[in-house]
Design a protein. Structure first.
Length: 343
């Protein structure tokens, strides 16, 4: 995406030998003015320039600004603005002055573009839910027909694909909607909340024959949106379940930490996370995804959503793993000034 459509070609001009008092009045209404010498643009003047280089004439107040090309990318121009400290730059076309590009115009455009993408994504996700649910229901009907036993593998694959699509759509909807929703905070006993999340996944532990150990000893209250924090904690537990072989152990513990916060640690004896993947597992639609040990699919959104929820609660999440023998997710949360025992 380049800056061509964002260039201001209708701009206010000022003669280079005009007094600064005239420039000050103009700049009360304009972000920037183009300075002319013998009717040719020689620079851009802003209110900041007048403050940094006070003189009597406009030409003496001009500061150097690098020039960008009309076909440069938005990313290139924003990086140049950041490194040079400029929020407006001159634009050239075929070595001639073409117009000016403002940081505010770029940011407004990016925000509007993001909103359009978000609306489109939500619309597509909503529209896909019904047909996928219908296909899933048909799969269930086909599975119950004895005459189709020889096609059972294909029917199972159909059901698995529908289940994956439904999880992906729900993750997309949750992420996009959560960005606009305010947290509904209430006092929550962290130990009780973690215990509830673990119990809700008991069937998953049983199916994979995993041993769950709980050491819930924080005895602390956190300010939390219960439904959202439950989703985040469940995501972490499900991640450990997916990447731990049958017979493995998952340990869930909570504790108070010296800085006055509370910490949740989920440790598993699974396959671990390679060092090269650890920096990317919290990215949106991360490419650092892989099937679980039993072929469980991953959307590339679960841990991104988890991190977003944890950070919205004022907390942090990190992962530790040697890449071979298990992983440990560590969540730190701020707590209230009283213990759960006094509630």
């Amino acid at each position: 995406m380049n800056i061509t459509a964002l260039i201001t070609k209708q701009y206010v001009t000022l003669d280079a030998y005009t007094g600064v008092s005239v420039a000050k009045k103009l700049l009360q209404q304009q972000d920037a003015v183009v300075v002319l010498d013998h009717k040719k643009p020689i620079g851009i003047l802003t209110a900041a320039d007048l403050a940094m280089k006070p003189h009597q004439l406009v030409i003496d107040c001009l500061l150097y600004r690098p020039t960008v090309n009309y076909s440069d990318s938005i990313n290139t121009v924003l990086n140049l603005m950041r490194t040079t400290g400029n929020n407006v730059l001159p634009v050239n076309y075929q070595n001639s002055f073409f117009g000016i590009i403002k940081q505010s115009d770029i940011l407004f455009h990016l925000h509007a573009y993001h909103e359009k993408q978000k609306v489109a994504l939500l619309a597509v996700a909503h529209d896909l839910r019904s047909p996928i649910a219908t296909i899933s229901m048909l799969g269930t009907i086909l599975k119950a027909d004895p005459a189709l036993n020889k096609h059972q593998y294909l029917i199972d694959k159909l059901s698995e694909t529908c289940d994956y699509a439904q999880v992906l759509i729900q993750d997309i909807l949750t992420i996009e909607q959560s960005q606009d929703e305010a947290l509904m905070l209430a006092d929550e006993n962290l130990d009780e909340l973690v215990d509830t999340c673990a119990d809700s996944l008991s069937d998953k532990f049983e199916i994979k024959q995993l041993v769950l150990t709980k050491q819930l000893r924080s005895n602390k209250v956190v300010k939390a949106d219960r439904s959202k924090l439950t989703r985040a904690i469940s995501n972490i537990l499900w991640n450990s379940i997916k990447f731990t072989h049958p017979g493995g152990v998952i340990t869930v513990s909570t504790r108070e930490v010296p800085n006055g916060g509370a910490q949740l640690v989920v440790h598993d004896t699974g396959i671990g996370i390679p060092k090269a993947m650890q920096e990317r597992i919290f990215d949106k639609f991360t490419k650092a995804k892989r099937p679980g040990t039993a072929g469980e699919p991953t959307t590339g959104l679960g841990l991104y959503l988890t991190k977003m929820i944890i950070e919205s609660h004022g907390g942090t999440i990190r992962v530790e793993s040697d890449g071979q023998s298990g992983s440990q997710f560590i969540v730190s949360l701020p707590i209230e000034n009283h213990s759960a025992a006094t509630q």
